[in-house]
Design a protein around this ligand. Structure first.
Ligand SMILES: Cc1ncc(COP(=O)(O)O)c(C=O)c1O
Length: 390
């Protein structure tokens, strides 16, 4: 790949491997479906899916049919679960490309009935409180009656999605109620021999914490069944619980750029659009080759720092479309500026010295979450893969 500007997202496949091994070790017998939707949370879905297959992953989750098709076209053989709804055309694409539909509504059942020649295997989603997708829990018996002994549709699994997975360790909170509801639904479907999947990263990390603490309470909602797990964020190395101590996860993506040029700025001069930063002293400002056109939030203007030469350097002024500026005065003081020519800058992730600047920390400054920092990295930022899988 030609790269004339050294701004790129380095994707460390060894760290991905590590995070997957953490899950495989914690849940050796469970349905495990890493989520690779939204371009694998910005990491590059085809590369990651192929790597995940090498690690023994058998199921992958996407939102869009288009995402699943891209994986299939690039040789991904794993079972692909499509979570977003579909019409007749979508049903055809799902069936013809051997993907698994997650059925959430009556018209989706009809669409499948209209286009299926042979039996198609589906997972059925229930809305246990998020009010986004899925059959209502009260409809469970009707759904069962419609699909039981169906000539064309075979139900393999039931699922739901936690909307405050952070509280899944508690006995009487939203997640507990959701899991109890799905458990009840699964009793209705018992004769179909289905399994259930329900846990996202927060649910999974809560369960891992309970396992670590030696909790063995089969009445606890998290332990009512061997809930299948659908980890997204955590496979990319971040804890949605905000608990880096649980799970020993390693961030996979490092967003890197390079210093384009240095400016000597006099006291009282301003930097960048809108003059939102004024030098309080003679300053050395580094112009870094990344901006909001690359998905680096403009809300971070004047708000956070980057890693430069092993140290934190604050962003000065407004983030531009193609550049942002940082104050490196103290870091370069007394040194030859030429020795910092083309210096690498870490926006988040690991710097060459092994310091971690967490996407979580940066996200907070932009009133956002690590999910958005990762998925927001723009298309014009090349993904460069490193690690043993390469
Ligand atoms: C249906 C479904 N399952 C699992 C996940 C994974 O969630 P997380 O990234 O919090 O693990 C998502 C992501 O939003 C999702 O939509």
């Amino acid at each position: 790949m030609e790269m004339f500007r050294r701004t790129f997202a380095e994707i460390n496949l060894d760290n991905l491997t590590h995070n997957i091994r953490v899950l495989q070790k914690a849940f050796p017998q469970r349905f495990l479906c890493p989520m690779v939707k939204a371009n694998a949370y910005g990491h590059g879905d085809v590369k990651l899916a192929l790597h995940l297959e090498k690690l023994g992953i058998e199921n992958l989750g996407v939102c869009l049919i288009e995402e699943g098709l891209l994986l299939r076209k690039n040789g991904v053989k794993a079972n692909i679960l499509v979570f977003r709804g579909f019409d007749k055309e979508g049903a055809k694409a799902i069936i013809n490309n051997d993907m698994t539909a997650v059925v959430s509504s009556w018209d989706q059942i009809e669409a499948l009935e209209q286009v299926a020649d042979d039996k198609v295997r589906v997972h059925v989603k229930f809305d246990t409180g998020m009010n986004r997708l899925g059959f209502r829990v009260e409809e469970a018996q009707k759904v069962f009656d419609r699909l039981n002994n169906h000539a064309k549709i075979e139900v393999k699994a039931l699922c739901t999605h936690l909307y405050i997975g952070e509280n899944a360790n508690e006995l009487d909170q939203t997640s507990a109620h959701q899991l109890q509801k799905l458990n009840k639904v699964s009793e209705i479907f018992k004769s179909m021999n289905v399994f259930c999947h329900a846990l996202n990263s927060s649910g999974i990390l809560n369960l891992m914490q309970m396992q670590q603490d030696g909790v063995k309470d089969s009445t606890h909602p998290l332990m009512l069944q061997n809930w299948g797990v659908r980890p997204g964020l955590m496979i990319y190395g971040y804890s949605s619980l905000g608990r880096p101590d649980v799970g020993d996860l390693k961030p996979v993506m490092t967003l890197k750029s390079v210093v384009n040029t240095y400016r000597q700025v006099k006291t009282g001069e301003t930097v960048s659009y809108g003059a939102k930063w004024t030098a309080q002293r003679e300053s050395v400002i580094a112009v870094v080759s990344i901006g909001y056109g690359d998905g680096y939030h403009r809300l971070l203007s004047n708000q956070t720092h980057v890693l430069f030469a092993g140290q934190r350097a604050p962003i000065t002024g407004t983030v531009c479309m193609d550049y942002l500026m940082i104050d490196v005065t103290d870091i370069v003081a007394g040194k030859d500026l030429n020795s910092f020519k083309d210096k690498e800058v870490t926006l988040f992730g690991w710097d060459p010295e092994g310091h971690l600047l967490s996407a979580d920390e940066i996200a907070k400054k932009a009133h956002s979450i690590s999910y958005e920092m990762l998925t927001g990295v723009g298309e014009r930022v090349p993904r460069v893969y490193v690690g043993k899988g390469i």
